[in-house]
Design a protein around this ligand. Structure first.
Ligand code: ADP
Ligand code: MG
Length: 281
């Protein structure tokens, strides 16, 4: 298989009111990676996701998925959506069935699986996202966090190769944010690509294999999560703060031997281990 899952060239999207949400954007996404998409409100993250799932069509430019130019006929879209699952930023755009269980079953039923397989996957997805006890509840009375978990369960049950998650932790309390991130870690393997948009630099820094920064409908940075936070111009342009672990470590380095500068801790645990080594030194 092509190791590039998405290859995007000169992608431009103009909405009916004239707004250019994407502006000659080029980006290549490797298969099997965990990618964090960072950018201001209005940078074009959600619009990009809608393109990757074939829900919007380019005004100009093209997208290749697994080496083939994306097509928009019914058959092509059905096949794309079996492989690429999207969790919308606003769960109200995603949930429409009478109750939670029916909603989660909708996608898997459309994959043509038999009833038993659908039920098995739906039960598993509900358990993973901790929504089993909500299964008979109407979706429109759920809290935002509950709706987000139900939306994630609906995609989880379909087991796509590619996950697009538009701000999955926004509005969740810390417990469920951690649960969602742990869940993503558990589903990730070298055959799955996860692209997640977020405002949370701490989350992006610790979780991602690669960070993509968008600004004004363009990609202004793509690279590893340690390098991006060294790039003051990008941080300024995209209004990004530094992750706290990164910032603490940078402060500590001021009094250190420069040969130590190679490895940057990305989690609280790694930072504490660094401090421990230092103490014993
Ligand atoms: N349906 C729409 N019609 C017109 N403009 C839109 C529409 N959706 C988004 N936009 C505009 O496109 C730009 C990019 O939006 P969006 O992709 O939602 O950014 P982000 O997800 O990074 O916040 C913004 O200027 C936004 O106002
Ligand atoms: Mg958005």
């Amino acid at each position: 298989m092509d190791e590039h899952i998405f290859h995007i060239e000169g992608l431009t999207h103009q909405f009916a009111d004239g707004t250019f949400a994407l502006n000659d954007l080029s980006l290549t996404i490797q298969h099997g990676k965990k990618i964090a998409l960072l950018g201001n409100n209005g940078a074009g993250k959600s619009t990009l996701f809608l393109h990757l799932n074939g829900l919007l069509q380019p005004t100009a430019g093209k997208i290749r998925f697994k080496g083939k130019k994306m097509k928009y006929d019914r058959k092509a879209l059905l096949s794309l959506r079996k492989q690429v699952g999207i969790v919308f930023q606003d769960p109200d755009s995603q949930l429409f069935s009478a109750n939670v269980q029916q909603d989660i079953s909708f996608g898997p039923m459309n994959l043509g699986w038999d009833r038993f397989k659908v039920q098995e996957k739906v039960n598993w997805a509900m358990a993973q996202t901790e929504v089993t006890e909500l299964k008979d509840r109407p979706t429109h009375f759920l809290s935002l966090g509950q709706k987000k978990r139900v939306a994630i369960a609906g995609i989880l049950a379909m087991e796509p190769d590619v996950w697009l998650l538009d701000e999955p932790t926004a509005g969740l309390d810390p417990y469920f944010s951690r649960q969602i991130m742990a869940l993503l870690d558990s589903i990730h393997d070298p055959e799955k690509t996860i692209i997640l948009s977020t405002h949370d630099v701490n989350l992006a820094y610790q979780w991602a294999d690669e960070v993509v920064v968008m600004n004004d409908g363009k990609v202004i940075y793509q690279g590893d999560p340690v390098s991006v936070f060294h790039d003051e111009d990008v941080l300024l342009q995209a209004h990004l703060e530094k992750p706290w672990v990164f910032e603490m470590f940078q402060a500590l380095l001021q009094s250190r031997n420069p040969s130590e500068r190679d490895f940057f801790p990305r989690t609280k645990k790694e930072l504490l281990q660094k401090l421990e080594t230092e103490r014993n030194y």
